[in-house]
Design a protein around this ligand. Structure first.
Ligand code: NDP
Length: 273
């Protein structure tokens, strides 16, 4: 191997799209970096960070189940990672390891890519897990001033909404007045053809986004499109959170080709089908 090495840690990791997405970005930019996936068992994040230090790995993506553990292991956290106590990106600042969270900002960037601004928008998020929490923080930071969190387990909706002053736990009728409705549950993933809410709840003029990207067009997203909603699939968030990781590792001047990254992700997904 020549050049520098970046990697993703998680478990299971075999189906991660991160290697395809990041390699496409490095190739498109003509950068001599390699990117590999390491299956790191739950509880072993500390060893992985030691390896990062010992081997001089230049950048790390972090996925389940290590996001919270890594937040406790790095030397510093960026504001989003601090608010969430969750890290999906590790980078170097001198001898320090810095933990960042690019998931929520990646979602906001995917909306911007689709021509959707969140400034002043009323957003309803269905789900209150790690992904939903990252959205709450990033949407508030991007200027959404009315965020509602709905979840099967109401206590988790309350906890997610408590992350920022402009969010509150909600009920199903709150979907009616939302400008943007997001599925941040795992409902609709893989063979599950369920819907996070009755599509009849959705109406013309709303933007409907699904974080699920496998399948790329969920049944819920298709139903939303049929009802006249503008739809945004989950692959945009995956690509843009990776693009923000590239920006952290390579610097502000880096040229990052999100079209090449998305094409690579779509190809990798197609082989999965
Ligand atoms: P978590 O396990 O942290 O949270 C899962 C959420 O889904 C919880 O709110 C849970 O509710 C809810 N849920 C699960 N099953 C059901 C069900 N049958 N009915 C209603 N609610 C349900 O997962 P994450 O937050 O990490 O991920 C959520 C989804 O987002 C996944 O599909 C994941 O693949 C996707 N994702 C996509 C990303 C992207 O880049 N596009 C990035 C990260 C995640 P409860 O609290 O009641 O259990």
């Amino acid at each position: 191997m020549t050049g520098r090495l970046a990697a993703v840690i998680g478990s299971p990791i075999a189906h991660s799209l991160s290697p395809a997405i990041h390699r496409a970005a490095f190739d498109a930019a003509g950068i001599d970096w390699s990117y590999v996936a390491f299956d790191v068992a739950d509880g072993e994040a500390s060893s992985a960070l030691s390896a990062m230090r010992t081997l001089g790995i230049a950048g790390l993506s972090v996925t389940m189940p290590h996001k919270a553990a890594v937040a406790e292991l790095v030397d510093r956290l960026d504001p989003a990672a601090r608010a969430l106590q969750s890290v999906n990106t590790v980078s170097w600042d001198g001898d320090d390891l810095v933990g960042s969270s690019t998931d929520g900002a990646g979602f906001v960037a995917s909306l911007a890519d689709a021509g959707v601004s969140v400034a002043g928008a009323r957003v309803a998020i269905i789900g209150a897990g790690g992904a939903a929490r990252s959205l709450v923080v990033a949407l508030a930071q991007a200027g959404s001033d009315d965020i509602t969190v709905l979840n099967r387990s109401p206590d988790k909706a309350e906890q997610a909404a408590a992350l920022v002053p402009v969010a509150s736990p909600g009920v199903i009728s709150d979907l009616d007045r939302a400008d943007i409705v997001v599925n941040a549950t795992s409902v609709g993933m893989g063979d599950d053809d369920g819907s996070p809410c009755e599509p009849e709840r959705l109406h013309d003029g709303q933007v409907v986004a699904d974080l699920v990207y496998h399948p790329l067009e969920t049944r819920w997203l298709r139903a939303a499109a049929e009802r006249g909603c503008r739809t945004v699939d989950g692959l945009g968030m995956l690509v843009h959170q990776a693009a923000l990781q590239q920006r952290i590792w390579l610097g502000d001047d880096a040229v990052i080709d999100t079209v090449a990254m998305r094409t690579a992700a779509e190809s990798a997904l197609a082989t999965r089908n």
